[in-house]
Design a protein around this ligand. Structure first.
Ligand code: NAI
Ligand code: MG
Length: 361
């Protein structure tokens, strides 16, 4: 059966890792029909918008997309395209597996974690008031009237909403995911003792739901600062991490560091109707255009996409091929100590995919 997929190459190293990923997906040979669409800095030049409506329409029509990273200009008026996509398509769950690969040395005996990050609420909801703006001034007055809070005149403000409904759907998703994927434990990270009405509500809602949905999955809740320290010391003690939006973002990069870097961590953004797959890393302007980017994070995102499309054998094939190439060690990008280019890694993995009929050894 043919699968329609929207491909967004993105900015920086995006087009390079996207080309390598497409090569591997085509080698997996499951009849993907690609529609390539623009988003990000290039789209601003060609379409006059960071996230053109035609791109959103393409995703709504194909329902499945895979994207490269997109540069977010810092401290300007632009809303992050990634945040906009997650909110406009209601992609409420981010799933980010971080596991050790053969031939990639890590500091610990073993790492095999999955981060499930709430993707639409929290400080990333996008409710912000610029320092000195009318909105910030109005909010200062409101806060004074409502609770006697005095904010400095020169404060910028970002709001952190976390809801019962938003938490209910992510906790159900997390336990369903754990059960469907043979995972043993869910650890929730929070700061409920300080952020009583946001993280506090997150934790309360989870603890109300969890006894009814956990099945045989273990459950624990740990304060996020303490969790960070435990994770760095002993990642083997964790399985699935369920986190609100901001902590999920930070912990994803931390987990990347545990298994050999950002070049290896794939991601899925899932909602009821749509799914957008993307590597965890950003557009890496420091190495863009040089053929140095590791395409494996995006290729593994492609494997997650294949599984989502019901192409389980092809997904396994791609993951196996990645491990064959990493284990062999001859073809790898500079972030893993090699000298190969992005496309050489893509070609080696695509070639391994085509040898799948010889089976995993
Ligand atoms: P980054 O992830 O782009 O880069 C951090 C470091 O990791 C850099 O040294 C980079 O060279 C390296 N790196 C990242 N991916 C790599 C790969 N595939 N192979 C080899 N090395 C890799 O993070 P940074 O520099 O903070 O962000 C750059 C831009 O990307 C920003 O505009 C940011 O907003 C955006 N960004 C976009 C994301 C997305 O589209 N989902 C996610 C994260 C950041
Ligand atoms: Mg991030």
């Amino acid at each position: 059966m043919d699968h329609h997929v929207t491909l967004i190459p993105g900015d920086g190293i995006g087009p390079e890792v996207a080309a390598a990923t497409r090569l591997v997906m085509d080698a997996a040979d499951v009849g993907i029909q690609w529609t390539e669409c623009a988003a990000g800095a290039r789209a601003l030049e060609t379409h006059g918008a960071l996230l053109p409506e035609t791109t959103l329409d393409a995703i709504r029509s194909s329902r499945v997309a895979i994207k490269g990273p997109i540069t977010t200009p810092v401290g300007t008026g632009f809303r992050s395209v990634n945040v906009a996509l997650r909110q406009d398509l209601d992609l409420f769950a981010a799933v980010r597996p971080a596991k050790a690969h053969p031939g990639v040395p890590i500091r610990h005996k073993t790492v095999d974690l999955v981060i499930i990050r709430e993707n639409t609420e929290d400080l990333y909801r996008g409710i912000e008031f610029e320092r000195g703006s009318e909105g910030a001034q109005g909010l200062r007055e409101k806060l004074r009237a409502l609770g006697g809070f005095e904010l400095p005149m020169d404060a910028g403000i970002t709001v952190k909403p976390i809801s019962v409904s938003g938490t209910e759907r992510i906790v159900r998703f997390a336990f369903e995911y754990a059960k469907a994927n043979g995972r043993k434990k869910i650890t929730v990270g929070h700061k409920a003792n300080v952020l009583r009405y946001s993280d506090g509500l997150f934790l309360q809602t989870i603890e109300r739901e969890e006894p009814f949905i956990r099945g045989s999955v273990d459950y624990e809740a740990v304060e996020i600062d303490h969790l960070t320290s435990r994770l760095v010391k002993d990642p083997g003690g964790f399985d699935v991490l369920l986190l609100p939006n901001l902590y999920g973002d930070i912990m994803s990069d931390l987990c990347a560091g545990l298994v050999g870097g950002l070049g290896l961590i794939p991601g899925a953004n899932i909602g009821w109707e749509y799914a957008v797959f993307e590597p965890v890393h950003g557009s890496a302007p420091d190495i863009a255009g040089q053929g140095k980017a590791n395409p494996i994070a995006m290729i593994l995102s492609g494997a997650l996409m294949l599984r989502h499309l019901g192409e389980h054998a092809a997904a396994e094939n791609v993951e196996w091929a990645v491990d064959v190439v990493l284990g062999d060690g001859r073809v790898r990008t500079p972030d893993l100590g090699g000298t190969s280019t992005t496309m050489e890694v893509g070609e080696a993995i695509a070639a391994a995919v085509s040898h799948w009929e010889h089976g995993p050894s």
